[in-house]
Design a protein around this ligand. Structure first.
Ligand code: TLP
Length: 343
């Protein structure tokens, strides 16, 4: 099967499995797992932060950050297409009593600076207290858009001016750095906390990292414990993450090139149109024409018969994601599959 549903579907490579098998481990709740400690150090260094924390998933990483920054009854400003708002089961509200204040994501994944300023509450006993601004980079539901360092800095200035914390859902921050050709540390410099995933384009089976200053990470360690996310001999999975960070970062540009090749091949097909003619990272979004007689669920089923797995965000919007296990020779097969299904 050519599986384009997500970059979460990657399986560990044989070399990664070897790294897992030979990992040195200890009890990480006691801080005694050398492989976890190394992964945390290398992650922090890559992003230019003091410290990092190994977390079982991206969802838990974002939640741990939000719970560490905010108290009950406070408010976070975030985009209406953000993963935290749409796809994390309302965790901040359900478990933290923290209210989302959503403002529209622009097509390029940004939030307008004037919308952010307007959303910040002034001091009044009627209001919840604004505590946090969050961005997402790359922005999944905005076509995999990469947000620039200049833009992120301008949001950071508002946060600092207003005494707010600033968090990044950087599940795919290395895709963003690769797409923009910049150092990831530059992209996250103004942020108080950054979550990134090892289990997406980097190809590890499990795990995400939460990075920030030492004091924040110290408090986040307690939050992770509270959420049941503190693990014991976690070096076994941290070893896969370390392997991914050391070997797979340069491969992301290949995923992006394959996404562009795929988009180019699909651009002329009738019945669909591309969200971006040049996809910014590893995601190709396809809109179905209103007069196409079948929806994304039908197309998904038909493509399965051609050995192709796809995902959709709604019945008129398909998402194709390239990753470590999509090879050059798969691209023409997928284009041909769509041709036949749409004809
Ligand atoms: N995204 C998944 C699905 O949940 C939609 C995917 O297939 O893309 N932030 C962003 C921007 C994400 O895209 C995801 C996962 C997460 C956080 C959550 O990571 P996990 O799945 O590890 O909890």
């Amino acid at each position: 099967m050519i599986d384009l549903r997500s970059d979460t579907v990657t399986l560990p490579t044989p070399e990664m499995r070897e790294a897992i098998a030979s990992a040195e481990v200890g009890d990480d709740v006691y801080g005694e797992d050398p492989t976890v400690n190394l992964l945390e150090e290398e992650s922090a260094r890559l992003l230019g932060k003091d410290a990092a924390l190994f977390i079982p998933s991206g969802t838990m990483g974002n939640l741990a950050a939000v719970l560490t920054h905010c108290e009950r009854g406070s408010e976070i400003i975030l985009g209406d297409k953000s993963h935290i708002f749409l796809n994390e089961a309302g965790g901040a509200a359900a478990l933290g009593g923290i209210q989302p204040h959503i403002i529209p994501n622009q097509k390029d994944g940004t939030l307008r600076l004037e919308d952010i300023r307007e959303a910040i509450r002034f001091d009044d006993i009627h209001h919840p207290r604004t505590r946090l601004i969050t961005l997402e980079n790359t922005h999944n539901m905005c076509g995999g858009a990469a947000l620039s360092a200049v833009y992120t800095r301008s949001v950071g200035e508002i946060a600092q001016e207003q005494g707010l914390k600033f968090h990044l859902d950087g599940a795919r921050i290395f895709n963003a750095a690769s797409a923009l050709g910049v150092d990831p540390a530059d992209l996250v410099q103004p942020l108080d906390s950054v979550m990134f995933c090892l289990s997406k384009g980097l190809g590890a089976p499990v795990g995400s990292m939460l990075c920030g200053d030492a004091e924040f990470i110290h408090r986040a360690r307690r939050t992770r414990k509270m959420l049941g996310g503190a693990m014991r001999q976690a070096g076994l999975i941290a070893a896969a993450g370390l392997y991914a960070l050391r070997h797979h970062l340069p491969l992301l540009t290949e995923d992006h090139r394959r996404a562009r090749d795929l988009a180019r091949g699909l651009a002329d097909l009738s019945g669909i149109s591309l969200l971006d003619l040049e996809p910014p990272s590893n995601m190709v979004y396809l809109k179905l024409d209103p007069d196409l007689p079948y929806d994304a669920a039908v197309i998904k089923e038909k493509l399965k018969g051609h050995g192709i797995l796809i995902g959709y965000e709604n019945l008129r919007l398909i998402r194709l994601v390239t990753h470590l296990w999509i090879r050059d020779q798969d691209i023409p097969v997928v284009i041909q599959g769509f041709k036949e299904v749409l004809s």
